[in-house]
Design a protein around this ligand. Structure first.
Ligand code: TTP
Ligand code: MG
Length: 204
């Protein structure tokens, strides 16, 4: 039997709620690849300017240089044949085009590493993330610690003046601990959230 040579290129996704350490994990993977002399290009959407303009920075303070881009297609202009690895943080803020870009890169031999929120503050799927998780070879779901009960947190609680945000509030609101907390399923509160298939639990 004849086998083709093993072909490089795949997609790995890191998801989880806020404060789960997604950025920290992305930077850890980037650093291990740097020790192996891989060429890495790091990207993030322009929307996130919390800490730095051209760096990806974790809560712990680790940082790597990144290109700040508006549209997913800009990645293709920057990634040259010499680049082995393409890393993307805050990937939930890109539109569906990011899916094609990641698949194109993986098919062309790049290792694509994307980190992002799997759920928005309402506890619902965030943009293109479900599709990205579906096409990815590897998915890592990280948890944080629930600020209410100490259990495993999977959701991001948005607080407006200390009160849970409402279901109809805008999806995009950049922020950190002044506006968000990590919460478990049970302690996550979304005002005016429709009940689950006729059951009432889910909203308050
Ligand atoms: P993240 O990088 O997911 O948050 P983080 O840095 O706390 O997590 P990690 O340690 O795992 O890297 O950034 C999420 C950004 O998205 C933040 O700016 C807030 C914003 N955001 C929204 O715009 N809408 C939402 O519904 C939620 C939950 C977050
Ligand atoms: Mg982050």
């Amino acid at each position: 039997m004849m086998y083709h040579q093993y072909q490089e290129g795949y997609i790995e996704v890191i998801v989880g709620c806020m404060f789960a350490g997604k950025t920290e994990e992305l930077i850890r993977r980037i650093n291990t690849l740097k020790f192996a002399n891989k060429n890495i290009a790091v990207f993030k959407p322009e929307i996130d300017n919390r800490y730095s303009d051209n760096e990806v920075v974790s809560h712990a303070g680790t940082r790597v240089h990144s290109y700040v881009i508006k549209d997913a297609r800009e990645i293709l202009d920057i990634v040259t044949p010499e680049i082995d690895v393409v890393a993307i943080d805050e990937v939930q803020f890109f539109d569906d085009e990011i899916l094609k870009v990641c698949e194109y890169l993986a098919l062309n031999g790049k290792r694509v590493m994307a980190a992002g929120l799997d759920m928005d503050f309402r506890g619902e799927a965030f943009g293109v993330i479900p599709k990205l998780m579906t096409t990815a070879e590897f998915v890592t779901k990280l948890t944080a610690v629930c600020t209410v009960c100490g259990g495993p947190a999977t959701r991001s609680q948005r607080l407006v003046n200390g009160e849970p945000a409402s279901y109809d509030d805008p999806i995009v609101m950049v922020g950190a601990s002044e506006a968000y907390e990590a919460r478990c399923r049970h302690d996550h509160i979304v005002y005016n959230k429709p009940g689950i298939n006729g059951y009432s639990k889910g909203g308050k």
